[in-house]
Design a protein around this ligand. Sequence first.
Ligand code: G3P
Length: 217
Amino acid sequence: MAVMKFFLDTADLTEIKTYAVMGLIDGITTNPSLIAKSGRPREEVITDICDIVDGPISAEVISTDHAGMVKEGVELAKIHPNITVKVPLTGDGLAACRELSEKNIKTNVTLCFTAVQALMAAKAGATFISPFVGRLDDLGQTGMELIEDIRTIYDNYGFMTEILVASIRSPNHVRTAATLGADVCTVPPKVLGQLLKHPLTDSGLEQFLADHRKSQS
Ligand code: G3P
């Protein structure tokens, strides 16, 4: 039976450490925007992340041409065996994905917005496909329908590419992804925090502690 994995979608080391001690983090995804937010060079941040989390760590290429992406991907993969090279869902990106897969380097094909794009990525040998559900919701579409379609297509043909649900904005996205049988959810720290919370947990704990104090006085 497959286990649903949780990746944290961040390059913030403090957030990563916070959730890593709870045993909740199976991997990390980053992108150029998240790395830019850290204010540090990509290689440095990625190396630090690999020291904290023992699982797939996605590092995204900046090149947009096939040869450039492969060169960059090969360099990134040297940082640590857990590195997963993230490439965009373009023709060059898929060519790079194919070549990196042949070199036994794990790949994450990102910026997926249609089920047929996901099918192409699987055929190119992607380890993970990253459909961006929140950005589709932003356009008035239902991002989760994409996850349902990809699950059906991959199961129809036995593709081993893992569905890594990205651009998650709420606990409800996580609930639906789990219901649909997605392999991985990559969640921003804010949403991971929300997943743990319930007002009845807080008020219940407060009540237990108040009763304990009363019994001691
Ligand atoms: O992993 C991709 C994800 O970071 C994109 O999220 O919220 O920028 O759409 P968002």
